[in-house]
Design a protein around this ligand. Structure first.
Ligand code: NAG
Ligand code: NAG
Ligand code: NAG
Length: 450
């Protein structure tokens, strides 16, 4: 009896930390703003043959369509309903993508935007991705439905109603993040509508969720929603498999909200990882690669089995979110390849590769004034398809870092050395380092000037 109970408990505890990728597939890629039709093709023609484990997709639910500025990428983070209908595609296309990716063993992780709906200044009418009516000022979203009762205004104690002070925990979790209407997640009704949406995706076949803005929700409220989730679809996953959960908690230190407060729900995004690795590879602040010998928990990161790691993400690659200037991106291609190579060679954390689009980056007074620009699009606002050039790179301004030879090959390396220990570290006291992964792999970096 005792033994059974123990096994049962361990099973429950570990489920949501498991990415559910197929054995020997150890990384996922974020195909930021891609259309579902293109993702389906990419799963079949590239990701499966290259050993990728899965894809993080942009939020699949209906969002506010923003005209000023024109169709920014962040409109996808302003929900209007839970209909599966966005610039990436409609529900038919979504189902087709999930089925086709799953059938080749590349699983889909949905970006779940459930902390809030659209901004309070979103207006009224049906300027939404699929024509659903809403009234932001009245907090009326009949397509869910949510009404003013389902939002946190009464609970928020800041003067403006927005988050003003990140040292004030109730404010960070009860007030509006940049004016986004903050859902009252302590209400059973709101929890059940969110769980219904997520369960709908689970039934279609998704393998897990990135929980957007988790830092702005109480960990217990997130848990109450996750407790309502079903097991994964047994057409592709073993009976009893739970959705993989990774929560966006931006914790660079110095704030009362920490990543560890969310371990009970799943993994957390370790934002210190890219910020520190960028500083080291850029050789800022006297940092050097030799110091990476104790990379991981030794650098104050969350435990490896609680971490989702990345060199850059869709926010901090354009100065949003957190991390600062040190973040490496495709714009610094040589250093970026070294950083991603190091991440994929090193055993710490579950790894996510970024795949971006190019935008007309333009700095004024140190800030990119075009940090809002949405995906490559046609004059009618529809997203451009991802074209593939003869040399296997992408066209139409899709960067496709995951197709860069060095990055794709290191995804394979990580699969090959999976489970092997970090071993035989060597450094020259400067920026030449090397290490092994058991007897399966060895990698050498030279970031010195000779
Ligand atoms: C979904 O989009 C496809 C491609 O644009 C289109 O052919 C199809 O009719 C749409 N389906 C629905 C139900 O709107
Ligand atoms: C918005 O609503 C108007 C009036 O009901 C309707 O004519 C129009 O087709 C709707 N737009 C969309 C995109 O559904
Ligand atoms: C690092 O390696 C290079 C070449 O092997 C060597 O010249 C240098 O002295 C080493 N040490 C430091 C501290 O740069």
């Amino acid at each position: 009896m005792g033994v059974y109970f123990l096994l049962f408990t361990v099973g429950l505890c570990w489920a949501q930390y498991n990415p559910n990728t197929q054995p020997g597939r150890t990384s996922i890629v974020h195909l930021f703003e891609w259309r579902w039709a293109d993702i389906a093709l990419e799963c079949e023609r590239y990701l499966a043959p290259s050993g990728f484990g899965g894809v993080q997709i942009s939020p699949p639910n209906e969002n506010l369509v923003i005209a000023d500025p024109s169709r920014p990428w962040w409109e996808r983070y302003q929900p209007v309903s839970y209909k599966l209908c966005t610039r990436s595609g409609n529900e038919t296309e979504f189902r087709d993508m999930v089925t086709r990716c799953n059938n080749v063993g590349v699983y889909v992780y949905a970006d779940a935007v459930v902390n809030h709906m659209c901004g309070g200044n979103g207006g009224a009418g049906n300027h939404s991705a699929c024509g659903s009516y809403f009234n932001a000022e009245k907090e009326d979203f009949p397509a869910v439905p949510y009404s003013a009762w389902d939002f946190n205004d009464a609970k928020c104690k800041s003067r403006s109603g927005d988050i003003e002070d990140y040292q004030d925990v109730p404010q960070v979790r009860n007030c509006r993040l940049v004016n986004l209407l903050d859902l009252a997640l302590e209400k059973n009704y709101v929890r059940s509508k969110i769980a219904e949406y997520m369960n709908y995706l689970i039934d279609i076949g998704v393998a897990g969720f990135r929980i957007d803005a988790a830092k702005h929700m109480w960990p217990g409220d997130v848990k109450a929603i996750l407790d309502e989730l079903k097991d994964l679809n047994t057409k592709w996953f073993s009976a009893g498999a739970k959705p993989f959960i990774y929560q966006e908690v931006i914790d660079l230190g110095g704030e009362p909200i920490t990543g560890s407060q969310y371990f009970g729900n799943g993994r957390v995004t370790e934002f210190k990882y890219g910020a520190k690795l960028g500083t080291v590879i850029r050789k800022w602040n006297g940092e050097k690669m030799a110091y990476l010998k104790n990379w991981g928990e030794g650098w104050g990161f969350v435990p490896s089995d609680r971490a989702l790691v990345f060199v850059d993400n869709h926010d901090n690659q354009r100065g949003h979110g957190a991390g600062g200037a040190s973040i490496l991106t495709f714009w610094d291609a040589r250093l970026y390849k070294m950083a991603v190579g190091f991440m994929l060679a090193h055993p710490y954390g579950f790894t996510r590769v970024m795949s971006s689009y190019r935008w007309p980056r333009y700095f004024e007074n140190g800030a990119d004034v075009n940090d809002w620009v949405g995906p490559p699009s046609n004059s009618d606002g529809s997203t451009k398809s991802v074209t593939i050039n003869a040399d296997t790179t992408c066209g139409n301004d899709w960067v496709c870092e995951h197709r860069w030879r060095q990055i794709r090959n290191m995804v394979v390396f990580r699969n090959v050395v999976d489970g092997q220990p970090f071993s035989n570290w060597w450094d020259n006291g400067s920026n030449q380092v090397a290490f092994g992964r058991g007897n399966r792999g060895f990698i050498v970096f030279n970031n010195d000037d000779w």
